[in-house]
Design a binder for this molecule. Sequence first.
Ligand code: BGC
Length: 377
Amino acid sequence: MKTHTLLAAFALLATPFTLLSASPAGEPFGKMPDGRPVSVFTLSNKNGVQVRVSDLGATLVSVRVPDRKGVLADVTHGFDSAAGYLSDENPYFGATVGRFGNRIANGTFSLDGKSYRLAKNNAPGDMPCHLHGGTIGFNKKLWKVAANDTPRSITFEYTSPDGEEGYPGRLTARVTYALNDKNELRWIATATTDKPTIVNIVHHPYWNLTGDPSRSINDHRLTIPASRYLPTDAGLIPTGKLDAVKGTPMDFRKAHRIGDRVGESFEALTYGGGYDHCWVLDRPKPDGLAVAARLEDPSTGRRLTVRSNQPAIQFYGGNFLDGTVKGKNGTAYQHRTALCLETENFPDAPNQAAFPSARLNPGETYRHEMLYQFGVK
Ligand code: BGC
């Protein structure tokens, strides 16, 4: 057989496989405002763990994990379709937040002597600030599927044009979700830019390990290996100080029931309406994965360990949930029925020279990796 005939035969044989592996294999999840279809993809493992993610916002839609009796339940807040995630009332359920997660004071920062104005889309304590990437952040963009190895992993990609939401540089972001047979879910965000810019891509799932979204998370036990946290002003912007947690309700170095001290009169808790702060990890591993938090629900035995390469973690106790957001199966999510454990760079880092830099230069690759390890006690 001549070479070209061989090649042709091979091409013919290979075609169906190529087509198959390129198929996004997602299920319909609704539509974007401009009509483009949104999909949801399922990752699964040999233990029956099931994770659903969407190309809308590279969002984590649901996570079904076993309790100590082996009963599977979804442990995240979210919506049944794209419409909920696109709505104004969506408090970033399961989101990939970008370009800059958490708050930027006054919605402004400067870089190389030039100042940039961002949307002031949040105003705790009546102090307007920029939150979670702006009016239409990464969580409301349709990402493309860059690699699809479902049911084990999937990679989404979004290119944010220069100037989008006021940020400089054309930023190409990628997010991979990967599930293994040890009930570990990995979330990896990377980004590159064509101009110096700032970046802090943050993963924003809301956890309730009971699997019952109507139950409070106050009985969950939380550990955060951090001796210092960032106190804030009334607008939840860090003051620049790193305060010791010792002797305060912010001390989670040993496991504490979340509800035990949340009602104490302590300035940080007053400003946050409960826990809504950034803790500075004692032993961060920029090139590895340090434990950032451990969470446990004594009633079901479900456990979650969060590992990350980031220097800090925002623990947000679901204080702004008040029953107005109706999510999966019509559930009205009440006060403190879920919590977020968001590893990140420090909030407002672009304005605070003493904080770790949030700058990304052309030729560099930003990388934020998280590992969610699910287990039972
Ligand atoms: C912040 C909260 C905010 C929430 C928005 C969290 O990351 O810490 O203050 O309300 O995101 O859903």
